[in-house]
Design a protein around this ligand. Structure first.
Ligand code: ADP
Ligand code: MG
Length: 430
């Protein structure tokens, strides 16, 4: 099937052609005609299957220049907001529509200007609410609401924010929900805020022919050595290395760098500016491996990722699917490699419970032991005292994603506890 059979106008077909996109993906084929009819819609398909265009093309067809805030797209993270914003920029340029992208962690002033005139608003729930409270954003004229990556949004604790926002939208509207996985919570959300939605989905989560999934059973003390070995041995495009915590991401990243391996780290502890820069550099291939936490890497669309490493095994099948969805995108081949030591066994068992997940065991190669060069400061001693308790910054705490909520309020407890070398334990190594 071709795009011109889906009911899109010439202008959009031309831009699709310019972008080198000729055939709709399965989810696009199913969702676009329904969305163009103005139907409420639930779309589920694995990451990388082209959900963004499934809703953005119909939105662009449906709205006209002039009235602000006609379409709102809620996304779970700031990186995703930027990404979806870019898609709207590209495809709405001939129609002269404006897109405002709003997320926390940056100055709100520029955003206030941008949302004044933008027909399309893309944003994270926390910052959108912030704008609503300030009355710098109003949805009287809203026609279309999209909840993108809805499963992530709920996982990250945005349920209340999302419902709060939905309540401020006109009742007469089109609502579309897109997600890689559909949970009970999503069903509930849909039943509450959508009008007899059509459900469309595209085949299995993982395209097994394109994605190879293996795991190594490795003793904990050799895990880092195995990672180094694989990064050197595997012929690959870009690689993403997932860790469960910020501290572990720092640990792995700093040690890879110390060995001269081309690496950057990204996690929720970095400023938005820094995260954006790192992502841009990674996309443009300035460095080859990115060590990351789940939150920082969620929904990111980088086509050249050929290898996903799970340095820590995630706790759930869903998380695993999201991670491996970073590779084998848009028909390319990919490899997902899990490094499993004793402490990961429980998590691996939980992941394997998911029906679609089939991970083959691989034989451990002969390894040269790599010695750790970089150790974290023993900062955990300083935490947990007094007024400015470490909170989510504490050692080993999993990223919950809550960092993306109401970033603008810039809670002082982090400002004073983070990375301030005041304590005499500082110089001691573990
Ligand atoms: P999802 O939201 O389902 O995870 P995206 O919408 O981010 O996936 O799309 C993943 C990638 O596939 C993007 O780089 C996008 O440009 C590309 N893509 C989308 N639709 C098509 C298509 N019909 N043909 C080729 N590439 C496409
Ligand atoms: Mg998406």
């Amino acid at each position: 099937m071709k795009f011109d059979e889906l009911g899109l106008t010439k202008e959009l077909l031309k831009i699709l052609e310019e972008q080198g996109i000729s055939q709709p993906t399965e989810i696009q084929e199913k969702a676009i005609p329904l969305a163009l009819q103005g139907k409420d819609l639930i779309g589920s398909a694995k990451t990388g299957s082209g959900k963004t265009l499934s809703f953005s093309l119909p939105i662009i067809e449906h709205i006209q220049q002039g009235t602000p805030s006609q379409a709102l797209i809620l996304v779970p993270t700031r990186e995703l907001a930027q990404q979806v914003g870019e898609v709207f920029e590209i495809f709405s340029k001939t129609k002269g529509l404006r897109t405002a992208v709003v997320y926390g962690g940056v100055d709100i002033k520029n955003q206030i200007q941008a949302v004044k005139y933008a027909e399309i608003v893309v944003g994270t729930p926390g910052r959108i609410l912030d704008h609503l409270e300030r009355r710098t954003l109003e949805f009287f004229n809203l026609k279309i609401l999209v909840l993108d990556e809805a499963d992530r949004m709920l996982d990250m604790g945005f349920y209340e924010d999302v419902t709060e926002i939905v309540k401020q939208c006109p009742i007469k509207r089109q609502t579309m929900l897109f997600s890689a996985t559909i949970s009970q919570d999503i069903d509930y959300l849909a039943s509450k805020y959508m009008k007899s939605p059509s459900e469309v989905s595209a085949a299995a989560y993982v395209d097994a022919s394109k994605l190879e999934q293996i795991y190594y059973d490795v003793p904990q003390y050799l895990k880092f050595s195995l990672l180094v070995h694989l990064l050197k041995e595997e012929k690959s495009g870009l690689a993403m290395i997932f860790c469960a915590t910020r501290d572990n991401a720092d640990f792995v990243g700093k040690n890879l760098s110390a060995l001269g391996i081309d690496t950057m780290v990204i996690h929720g502890g970095f400023s938005q500016d820094k995260r954006t820069k790192i992502m841009q550099h990674f996309k443009s291939g300035k460095f080859y491996s990115l060590v990351c936490t789940d939150v920082a890497a969620r929904g990111l669309d980088i086509d050249e990722v050929s290898h996903v490493y799970n340095y820590d095994i995630p706790k759930t099948t869903e998380e695993y699917i999201h991670r491996i969805g970073r590779t084998a995108r848009a028909g390319r081949e990919g490899k997902a490699i899990s490094l499993v030591s004793e402490r990961d066994y429980d998590n691996l068992n939980a992941v394997l419970k998911g029906a679609e997940v089939k991970i083959k065991s691989a034989e451990l190669p002969k390894l040269e032991r790599v010695f750790i060069k970089w150790f974290p400061e023993r900062t955990e001693f300083r935490r947990g005292h007094g007024k400015y308790r470490g909170g989510r910054e504490r050692f080993g705490r999993r990223e919950s994603g809550r960092g993306d909520r109401r970033e603008s309020h810039n809670r002082p407890r982090h400002r004073f506890t983070h990375n301030k070398p005041t304590h005499r334990f500082k110089k001691r190594f573990r």
